[in-house]
Design a protein around this ligand. Structure first.
Ligand code: NAI
Length: 340
């Protein structure tokens, strides 16, 4: 593998624990990243006076690649989500979240293998909210033709390249006729003009959620706007074992940040019980990304080796508590390393 410069943001809550476990496994597997560590979130607010300081933004701007632990966002007030700010700052418009059944992780379904592609920069995450008059507040949902078209193109290209036979759009265009209507129209156009060979399906999101919990194997690529993608990601995580096993990538045309779907899990922070697998899987996605984006095919076998090792550890019952196992964060990392 070539050496790749990348930024490491440990985050807060369980972030530092899962990040340390993942770095240990990456090192043992021979992944060659030259890390520059930077802070974001409440940690950097305390240390540097900003949740997203220029030292962090500048480092990502230069390297165009980052692995990020979760960052806490205050509820119902306080600063704007660091995650949302980062995605907007670097135009990381495609959130990619693969959800698959794992060996040794008993769930209701055996063969789940789908990918959620979430629009990451628009929708209700515009952050434009105001108080119209005391007691009346509103939040603005934004959809642009450019934004909807680029995520649709990204989703269909992904399906085509990965030989996934069907793209399903979840929407609520029966109610949000303009915003979700635009999203649907753009997806339909990309399908007809550029990817007619990929099967295209549209489902109203409430019915889509019902179908997901009845039989998730009927879906291959789920394409949707920002808020729906956020909610459906956690729903899908529940189908395969929970938030400890679903990775994510935030990808733009000129860079990418890899992070798990889960948050900072303050309820278990500092206890050495968090599952590092979701962030590890995100790091595996990062290796496959540099194989393509940085023309380093040697990164791919490193990714495959890690994946094989954690599959084997899980199959042998070596799991963290959230999956019904007994291992702590660090012990699970050691179990994976033993199988590399
Ligand atoms: P959460 O994902 O942090 O936790 C939800 C539940 O899942 C908790 O019971 C937690 O213990 C469990 N869990 C999460 N990750 C786990 C892991 N790796 N291993 C074992 N169990 C795990 O969601 P919550 O509680 O809604 O949010 C907590 C904070 O995280 C909030 O401030 C939120 O804004 C932030 N957040 C940050 C994200 C990011 O940085 N990308 C994403 C989602 C939430």
């Amino acid at each position: 593998m070539k050496i790749h410069d990348a930024v490491l943001i440990p985050g807060d809550g369980i972030g530092p624990e899962v990040t340390a476990a993942v770095l240990k496994i990456l090192d043992a597997a021979g992944a060659k990243f030259r890390w520059t560590e930077r802070q974001a979130g409440v940690v950097s607010l305390e240390q540097e006076g900003s949740v997203l300081p220029e030292s962090t933004l500048g480092a990502i701007r230069e390297r165009k690649l980052a692995l990020k632990g979760p960052c806490t966002t205050p509820i119902g007030g306080g600063f704007q989500s660091v995650n949302v700010q980062l995605r907007k700052a670097f135009n990381l418009y495609a959130a990619v979240r693969p959800v698959r059944s794992l060996p040794g992780v008993e769930t209701r379904f055996k063969d789940v293998d789908l990918v959620i592609i979430r629009e990451n920069t628009e929708g209700l995450y515009s952050g434009v909210e105001n108080e119209v008059t005391p007691g009346v507040v509103m939040s603005m949902k934004v959809a642009t033709e450019d934004g909807c078209t680029r995520i649709a193109r990204w989703g269909f290209r992904y399906a085509m390249e990965r030989q996934r036979p069907k793209v399903t759009v979840f929407h609520k265009a029966n109610i949000m006729k303009l915003t979700d209507g635009l999203f649907l129209r753009c997806a339909q156009q990309i399908h007809e003009r550029e990817y007619p060979d990929v099967t295209y399906e549209t489902v109203i999101i409430d019915a889509g959620c019902m179908r997901l919990v009845q039989d998730p194997t009927q879906f291959h690529v789920l394409l949707m706007e920002n808020l729906y993608g956020d909610v459906v990601s956690d729903l899908c995580a529940g189908l395969v074992g929970g938030l400890g096993v679903v990775p994510g990538a935030n990808i733009g045309d000129d860079g990418a940040i890899f992070e798990a779907v889960h948050g900072s899990a303050p309820d278990i922070a500092g206890m050495d019980v968090a599952n590092p697998l979701a962030l590890l899987m995100s790091a595996v996605m990062m290796l496959n990304y540099v194989a393509d984006a940085a023309h380093d095919p040697a990164a791919r076998p490193v990714a495959a080796r890690i994946r094989k090792a954690y599959d084997a550890a899980l199959a042998a019952g070596e799991k963290t508590r959230d999956l019904g196992g007994r291992l702590g964060t660090a012990a699970f990392a050691d179990a994976v390393i033993a199988r590399l």
